[in-house]
Design a binder for this molecule. Structure first.
Ligand code: GTP
Length: 594
């Protein structure tokens, strides 16, 4: 295709503002999907995505419109996937900034807009859901115009649901989004903006060609790893993959298949070039995915450990950001230490393991990555509380911090500041977007955000606040490790790295919880919370004399036998912590209640 006839664009929006619904309408109106085979959220292929109504992996689809080729690139909407979003944007020249006409601008509207502006995209402001009775298009057109510096009359109005305004929007894309420019006779350079594992075809890599040309049966080179592969198939998606004998030229968006079986060999952000005539320089901005949040994952039934390993191996084929290594816990047995991009990523992985692989899992409380500097100048990176050095030789501890932006109606300013202050936030600034909506900016430790921050924010603002955060380096903090001890023996799964001011509350809370969950033993069992050798909280489980058989009056033999067998069954699921017998359920319950 002549690059002058190509328009590459994406739709950016806050979650639930209707991106997928609008994309569906575009598929229909351009005739790419006929009405009969249309189903809601056509582009969200994973079941879990469709059920939760969120887009996890971006996709690209080619839409013919008015003699032009429109490539619509779907971007993931959530903060955990900011890097993937930024690569998708890099593949476009324009962005539709979609805002719910009943809600107005939200935190991810802003975050995505800034990313799009950084990528120098032409922005098309659009209000969606104008069919809603609660829509306030006048008010929000003004808000949106103020934000991007245009006239309220420049803001388009559509309904993804009814289709109103969608044709005009497509015309507008053709008229206003710049055509791609690139050097047709230069060495090939294509940006990988997504790669997806497919059971039958191996990895499908989505690319945007910047310079040159990629062909079928060509040896290609991945510039970040220097690995070479052969393109077995190359083509465009419209809406199903369509192989093309012509390959892909300047400005085109499509996919290629090389037969590799692991997405880590085809990384988002990498540059594809020709092995025979390689480009001198890769495209800017490649980053290796970096896990930000770690948690232990254990099968509830210890026998399922091999299945868990196999499932993680399989998931990793499709998820280059997932990392894990084996870990053993006295309380929970054999499991894995798993690293995630953020909380949503963690939730998705867990849910896929349970749903697609039928595993029952218990996860330990998530933690961030700490950098510990010792007095002798040595340093260590801690991704697991159990690696946190005990003893007094620590000089400094650094934790990751975020630049967080919260948008909410002005009436909630007080509540929001209270939550942020209570989590060691530092106010950076506040702006009114309109007379009753504010943007509040805080520096907040990531470790505080991953701990039910979002839930609290939502409940204290009746669901009206939205949050976005991005990594902003690290900061020194007064952090300590709190251990939970049963009869003097630390239970690894409950150790946590917390701020000094919260150590006491954590210790008391955990000790109380365990006292209620652990059955009484033949002897008294002290439960203690401690920082190093210093005990900060204590509870006791009083002793009993376990005399179960006495209940049977010696009469009914079969009942007695049954009871003995049941006890034996129970024993198997008991974990020994020192001399203390703890049913695994107690650990599971203690970990899952918060
Ligand atoms: P992601 O999964 O993050 O992409 O969310 P999304 O922005 O795609 O939202 P989605 O398209 O799933 O729409 C969110 C909700 O809004 C759904 O319940 C839709 O039915 C509804 N919705 C979307 N567009 C419209 C619209 O134009 N009018 C009305 N009334 N409802 C809409």
């Amino acid at each position: 295709t002549d690059p002058a006839l190509i328009r590459n664009f994406c739709i950016i929006a806050h979650i639930d503002h209707g991106k997928s619904t609008l994309a569906d309408r575009m598929l229909q109106i351009t005739g790419v999907v006929d009405d009969r085979s249309m189903r809601a959220q056509y582009l969200d292929r994973m079941d879990i995505e469709r059920e939760r109504g969120i887009t996890i992996k971006s996709q690209a689809v080619r839409l013919p419109w008015d003699g032009h080729v429109l490539n619509m690139i779907d971007t993931p909407g959530h903060v955990d996937f900011t890097y993937e979003v930024s690569r998708s944007l890099q593949a476009c020249e324009g962005a539709i900034l979609l805002v719910d006409a009943a809600q107005g601008i939200e935190a991810q509207t802003l975050a995505n807009l800034y990313l799009a502006m950084n990528a120098d995209l032409h922005i098309i402001p659009v209000l969606n859901k104008i069919d809603l009775p609660a829509a306030q298009p006048e008010k929000f057109a003004e808000e949106l115009a103020g934000l991007i510096g245009c006239e309220p009359s420049d803001v388009l109005r559509v309904s993804g649901k009814t289709g109103v305004g969608v044709r005009e929007l497509l015309d507008h894309v053709v008229a206003s989004v710049p055509a791609p420019v690139g050097k047709a006779d230069a060495a090939a350079r294509a940006l990988i903006f997504d790669s997806v594992y497919d059971t039958y075809r191996g990895v499908v890599t989505y690319v945007r060609v910047i310079d040159g040309h990629l062909s079928k049966r060509e040896r290609i080179l991945m510039m970040s790893t220097s690995a070479t592969h052969e393109t077995l198939e190359i083509g465009v998606i419209s809406p199903e993959p369509k192989p093309s004998d012509l390959g892909l030229g300047v400005g085109e968006v499509g996919y290629l298949i090389t037969g590799v079986k692991d997405v880590r060999q085809s990384r988002v952000g990498d540059t594809v070039t020709s092995a025979a005539k390689p480009a001198a320089e890769m495209l800017a901005g490649y980053e290796h995915p970096k896990p930000m949040v770690f948690s232990g994952l254990y099968p509830i039934d210890g026998d399922e450990y091999p299945e868990l390993r196999e499932a993680l191996d399989k998931l990793q084929l499709n998820d280059a950001a997932l990392v894990y290594e084996p870990e053993t816990s006295a309380a929970l047995g054999f499991g894995f230490r798993v690293g995630f991009l953020g909380l949503l990523h963690m939730e998705i992985v867990r849910e896929r393991l349970e749903r697609e692989f039928g595993l029952s899992l218990i996860s330990t409380a998530p933690n961030v990555v700490y950098r510990v500097v010792m007095e002798d100048g040595s340093e260590l990176t801690v991704t697991n509380p159990s690696e946190f050095p005990s003893g007094g030789k620590i000089a400094q501890v650094f934790e990751p911090v975020t630049k967080s932006t919260i948008l909410a109606p002005a009436e909630f300013i007080g509540a929001i500041m209270e939550i942020c202050q209570g989590r060691r936030g530092q106010l950076q600034g506040m702006d009114y977007l309109s007379e009753d909506r504010v943007e509040i900016r805080y520096t907040l430790p990531l470790g505080e955000i991953i701990f039910d921050f979002f839930d609290q924010l939502k409940s204290r603002t009746r669901g009206y606040a939205s949050l976005d955060y991005e990594p902003a380096g690290e900061a020194e903090a007064d952090l300590v490790k709190v251990d939970i001890l049963l009869q003097g023996e630390a239970v690894d799964a409950f150790s946590a790295i917390v701020h000094k001011d919260k150590a006491y509350a954590y210790g008391v809370d955990m000790a109380k919880k365990l006292r209620e969950l652990i059955p009484r033993q033949q002897f008294e069992v002290p439960i203690q919370a401690a920082i190093g050798a210093r005990v900060i909280a204590r509870e006791n489980i009083r002793a009993i004399r376990k005399d179960v058989l006495a209940k049977c009056y010696g009469g009914d033999i079969s009942r007695k036998r049954k009871l003995l067998e049941k006890q034996k069954e129970g024993k198997k699921r008991m974990k020994m912590v020192g001399r203390v017998e703890v049913p695994q359920e107690a650990f599971v319950a203690a970990l899952s209640t918060d």
